[in-house]
Design a protein. Structure first.
Lengths: 172, 95
């Protein structure tokens, strides 16, 4: 089945399974201001954010508040770290974002960076969703049972093992 | 806190547009139905609190320049794993 055929169905269910990351990332620099009318949980006063692309930490981004001085996060495209990931957007969230087509939604996961990079996690339960048409964003809480602390390292290593399962090891 | 006693199938009204109904009581579980305007967010408290806590954990605001370097170097290992992924999947790079 082609991607084109899958899209109308994805729209009906309000489900995002395809990364929009590549196309959108090109259009983002730190002059693009995203509006979060409700802030994000624990930081409800912060209504405006920017994404700072920094080659040093690519594919991670900095997600910085314009309203609360010094408030910044690290985030990443969750589809990159968890292959089976999908976002089923509730009708309520779609309406709050003014989202007419889920394919214009840009999804990011907030990252909790730990001293040991192997313990760094991504929040897959509550992704940041931005409607790129109107630059409106919110942190949504999904109904699915995704982890709040998804271990990025372990996840990637598991993906890696899966990919090599069919390939015989180079050395025996 | 206002405390009201309700039976199964009884409701309470909050303001003029929110209705909370007790649907079923089963052992120590209560099934609650909520009717509210669609721009109201409704969450299980423990899940909402978990998200608040994790957001607070994820904040990088206290990072001094020296720590920022540390953070960036911590991310490098992960970054390499991710970039490997990307190169394995060239279709993603075309757009």
């Amino acid at each position: 089945m082609t991607t084109k055929n899958e899209r109308p169905e994805a729209m009906v269910r309000g489900q995002i399974t395809q990364p929009y990351h590549k196309r959108v990332a090109k259009r983002i620099d730190d002059t693009v201001v995203f509006n979060f009318p409700d802030g994000i949980p624990a930081f409800e006063d912060s209504k405006r954010f920017i994404l700072a692309v920094n080659d040093k930490i690519k594919p991670f981004f900095y997600f910085k508040s314009l309203d609360v001085k010094g408030l910044s996060f690290v985030c990443i495209d969750p589809f990159l770290v968890c292959r089976g990931y999908s976002v089923k957007l509730a009708a309520k969230d779609q309406s709050l974002l003014g989202l007419k087509d889920v394919n214009t939604a840009f999804v990011l996961a907030l990252v909790t960076v730990e001293k040991d990079p192997r313990n760094t996690t991504a929040n897959l339960l509550a992704p940041i969703v931005i409607n790129m048409e109107n630059l409106c964003g919110r942190q949504v809480i999904l109904d699915e049972n995704f982890p709040v602390r998804f271990n990025i390292w372990a996840g990637l290593e598991a993906q890696d093992r899966e990919e090599h399962r069919d390939t015989p090891p180079a050395t025996v | 806190m206002l405390i009201l006693t309700r039976k199964s199938d009884e409701s309470i009204i909050i303001g003029n547009n929110i209705k909370v109904k007790v649907l079923k009581i089963q052992g120590n579980q209560v099934h609650i139905g909520i009717e509210a305007p669609k721009d109201f967010s409704i969450y299980r408290e423990e899940i909402f609190e978990q998200i608040r806590r994790e957001n607070a954990n994820a904040v990088q605001s206290n990072i001094q320049p020296a720590m920022l370097e540390q953070l960036e170097s911590n991310l490098t290992g992960l970054k390499n794993l991710l970039l490997d992924q990307d190169e394995k999947d060239p279709a993603r790079n075309r757009h």
